[in-house]
Design a protein around this ligand. Structure first.
Ligand SMILES: Cc1cc2nc3c(=O)[nH]c(=O)nc-3n(C[C@H](O)[C@H](O)[C@H](O)COP(=O)(O)OP(=O)(O)OC[C@H]3O[C@@H](n4cnc5c(N)ncnc54)[C@H](O)[C@@H]3O)c2cc1C
Length: 509
């Protein structure tokens, strides 16, 4: 039996905690807000799995590899797609009420899937249904839970090699404590707050990934950030799920023309393709958002199939059954993160990472829609099994990526713009966003380095989050500068193969 400290309570952390306590481990969960607060809660469209008679694991694998644009780890993808159906059955056993149709599980289509294999719950409230069920089960178990508690740093112990032995955590009320553990499992989610426009909630500041980097863990693919093509072009960037396009909604420009019709896959092409097409179309029309036309679906269907989106759209004063609604891309999902093997083990013994904060290799350069909830469930199960043998660990060199300490510090240049979170987000949007080039990336790295050289020490939670975002922005900008060719979500306008993509001036966004 091991003492296991789980940081984060989305699908990955909650699933891991339930599995670990069932296996007899002593489990503590630390989470930034309430147990039910996470990106998971906001997931709309659903979770993909090859569960239906005409579908196959091979088809799910093939779609995932194609969307990943050549950068997926094929073995990780095979694990995800082959083990996914069992994890879905377990979620159902734990009380997740997926929607049904004529007594069978309902299943919809999303972009770049060749089969309608997306299960959903509450119409478009899949993440909330999963989160509520898992939180309810966790509260029934013998697990120590610290809500409103903030991971400040991982504790390491030097021996023959560095090992993670616990964490420093700020508890609700402000007391700072050291929590000892035989294993720490990071399940801290993504970092949408690197950008000013994001579908992610405010808590998505990449804390776990930044703490892992400081503890010496390898990070990989950090330059690969997915932008969702259709968030409402209004403050808050509320997501309008791909499932809406899966049901037949189309994208139109200011002239009312469909601009995706001639693209392979049309509105259901891979996410990076649609996001860049929206970005380019906005550029052509002077920054004015494009529109999503769901009028053909009818008011009754929209309200029944997409109740959360329907409510959000109507709360914004729009009637999407009667007229198209303005949409724009926003930062959505981080393909990169803490490099792990297929058991969630990082390059530092004692430290595991699962869910969006991990880079398992399943998403490559572009995540296939609805594969991330599945990744959280599949790799939580595997990491829980790995907790049974903490003496066995992969050699660091067997994992991809780089270690922060090995990154040479650039000479700090003066910058006239003072460091604030808003300034960092704008810089990331302008230079490390949907379309990048070498000149912009070099300038971004110089500015970020200058901010890092003069940043005051973090004191409270907000300044810890800022420091984490700064560390990650530097890693992301450097990695983007080091990848000169466009691939998936990483799109370089100075790559001769993709040079004709127009830049969208930030001011017009
Ligand atoms: C609007 C939206 C819609 C989406 N729709 C879908 C979809 O339909 N299908 C799909 O597959 N994916 C979807 N995604 C992506 C998916 O929701 C996430 O990738 C997934 O839920 C991540 O799960 P996770 O458990 O790894 O992390 P999260 O669910 O993000 O949980 C992270 C947890 O870590 C905690 N945490 C973070 N930092 C700290 C800290 N310093 N100290 C303590 N705790 C901390 C947070 O509070 C949170 O509890 C969507 C995402 C968004 C934002």
């Amino acid at each position: 039996m091991s003492r296991v400290l789980v940081v984060g309570s989305g699908i990955a952390g909650l699933s891991l905690a339930l599995d670990a306590v069932a296996a007899g481990h002593e489990v503590t969960v630390v989470t930034k807000g309430e147990l039910g607060q996470s990106n998971t809660r906001y997931a709309q469209g659903g979770v993909a799995a090859a569960l239906f008679p005409d579908d196959s694991v091979a088809s799910h694998v093939s779609d995932t590899l194609a969307a990943g644009a050549g950068l997926c780890d094929p073995e990780a993808v095979r694990v995800l797609c082959a083990e996914g159906p069992d994890r879905i059955r377990e979620l159902i056993d734990l009380g997740v009420a997926f929607d049904t149709h004529d007594g069978e599980l309902a299943h919809g289509l999303e972009a770049a899937h060749s089969f309608p294999r997306i299960l959903h719950a509450g119409g478009d409230a899949t993440g909330a249904a999963i989160s509520s069920a898992l939180v309810a089960r966790l509260r029934e178990r013998d697990v120590a839970v610290h809500e409103h508690a903030f991971l400040l740093a991982l504790r390491t112990e030097a021996g023959p090699g560095t090992r993670v032995v616990g964490a420093e955590v700020e508890l609700d009320g402000g007391a700072r404590v050291l929590l000892d553990a035989d294993a720490v499992v990071l399940a801290t989610g993504g970092a949408g707050q690197l950008y000013p426009f994001t579908s992610n909630p405010a808590a998505a500041t990449g804390d776990g990934v930044a703490c892992a980097a400081r503890a010496g863990a390898r990070l990989a693919d950090v330059e690969l950030y997915q932008f969702h093509p259709t968030t409402l072009a209004l403050p808050g960037n509320f997501l309008v799920s791909e499932a809406v396009r899966g049901e037949g909604a189309v994208l139109r420009n200011a002239a009312g023309e469909r601009f995706m019709a001639d693209v392979d896959g049309a509105e259901l092409a891979p996410r990076d393709v649609v996001a860049r097409a929206v970005f380019a179309e906005m550029d052509r029309q002077g920054g004015v958002p494009v529109v999503l036309d769901a009028t053909a679906l009818g008011a009754e269907f929209l309200a029944a199939r997409f109740p959360s989106i329907d409510a959000a759209v109507r709360a914004a004063g729009l009637d999407w059954a009667a007229e198209p609604v303005p949409v724009t891309p926003a930062a959505h999902y981080w393909m990169g993160g803490v490099a792990t093997d297929l058991w969630g083990r990082t390059s530092v013994p004692g430290l595991l990472a699962i869910g969006e904060c991990a880079r398992t290799g399943v998403h490559g350069a572009n995540r296939l829609a609805s594969n991330s909830l599945l990744e959280g469930a599949v790799f939580a199960d595997r990491a829980a099994r790995a907790l049974g043998d903490l003496d066995s660990w992969p050699t660091p060199g067997s994992l991809p990526g780089t270690v922060l300490a090995d990154t040479p510090a650039a000479p700090a240049l003066a910058t006239s713009v003072p460091f604030t979170r808003a300034a960092l987000q704008q810089l990331m949007w302008d230079a490390v966003g949907l379309v990048r080039d070498g000149e912009g990336l070099a300038a971004a790295v110089a500015t970020l380095d200058a901010w890092a050289a003069s940043a005051p020490a973090a004191t409270d939670r907000a300044s810890h989050e800022d420091a984490n975002l700064l560390l990650l922005a530097r890693a992301c900008a450097r990695a983007a500068a080091d990848r000169p060719r466009s691939v998936g979500a990483h799109h370089r306008s100075d790559d001769p193969a993709t040079a004709r993509t127009p830049q969208l001036a930030a001011a017009t966004r």
